[in-house]
Design a protein around this ligand. Structure first.
Ligand SMILES: Nc1ncnc2c1ncn2[C@@H]1O[C@H](COP(=O)(O)OP(=O)(O)OP(=O)(O)O)[C@@H](O)[C@H]1O
Ligand SMILES: [Mg+2]
Length: 250
């Protein structure tokens, strides 16, 4: 049976994934600060829209206005995609601190209650007929919980609901900088990588040149994928990854 693939459209990446993500699966995208996670998420949505798949971007850290401005650098006019009803940016940046947002899609009340968030997210997705979803980011959601087991439970419920909705989703998470000699961490709460169908990690090791960025497909259920870390570049067209095989062909 042919399984349907959802191309990320990120140059070089789909070829390492048998064509893309499996439809209706949830992928965890993890990395330290400034590794390009938000760019990856928005590139996935912009490319989806170009392929006829509307998308929802949930932003918790970065105000929508800044994302709109920054993505223009890559030629991605989020505003016009929103105006045409193909992209919805759900603004949660003020929700945690009880500050009102004048965005069309937002949650104003203080604190982010998981059930209200899931409801708002699924309503927004169905309003624009979304096929893709990006949550940026899980740790920022916080859910007003301090207890680890409560947070794990919240993530399990969130993943379950996303799976039910049929959306192909990227959940962004943060990891602490890797400690020398220490084991690799993929997630903040130690549960996200198990409930996700795939895990992609991004790294940035400043080395005074452009080769400091790498991407690693750590796990991708149902997929024969590239197993090595591959070089990643942020170009005027967005993220570009280079397969080791490509490096020898011109
Ligand atoms: N136009 C650009 N051209 C090249 N590199 C850029 C450009 N814009 C941003 N970058 C690089 O990408 C980084 C930001 O990418 P992004 O916002 O996706 O990171 P992130 O992993 O989401 O970070 P955070 O953890 O802070 O949310 C910048 O720190 C910079 O190194
Ligand atoms: Mg970010």
């Amino acid at each position: 049976m042919m399984t349907e693939r959802v191309p990320t459209g990120i140059t070089g990446l789909d070829g390492m994934l048998e064509g893309g993500f499996l439809r209706s699966r949830t992928i965890l995208l993890s990395g330290g600060c400034g590794t390009g996670k938000s760019i990856f998420g928005l590139q996935f949505l912009v490319n989806g829209i170009a392929a006829g798949e509307p998308g929802v971007y949930v932003t918790v850290d970065e105000p929508p206005a800044l994302a709109r401005e920054d993505m223009l650098r890559f030629g991605w006019d989020l505003k016009s995609l929103e105006d045409s009803g193909k992209l919805a940016i759900l603004d949660l940046t003020g929700s945690r601190i009880g500050v009102a947002s004048d965005e069309r899609y937002q949650m104003n009340s203080e604190g982010i209650d998981l059930d209200r968030f899931i409801l708002k997210m699924t309503q927004t997705a169905s309003e624009i007929g979304a096929k893709r979803l990006v949550v940026d980011s899980l740790p920022a959601l916080g859910f007003h919980m301090t207890d680890d087991s409560q947070i794990r439970n919240a993530i399990l419920r969130l993943s379950f609901m996303i799976r039910q909705s049929g959306l192909t989703a990227i959940l962004i998470t943060e990891t602490a900088e890797q400690k020398l000699g220490g084991g690799q961490e993929f997630s903040k709460y130690g549960v996200e990588e198990y409930v996700s169908d795939g895990v992609i990690t991004m790294h940035y090791v400043p080395m005074g040149n452009e080769t400091g960025r790498t991407l690693h497909i750590r796990k991708m259920r149902g997929t024969k994928h590239e197993e090595d870390s591959v070089p990643l570049n942020i170009t005027p067209q967005g993220l570009v990854v280079t397969s080791p095989k490509d490096a020898f062909t011109v």
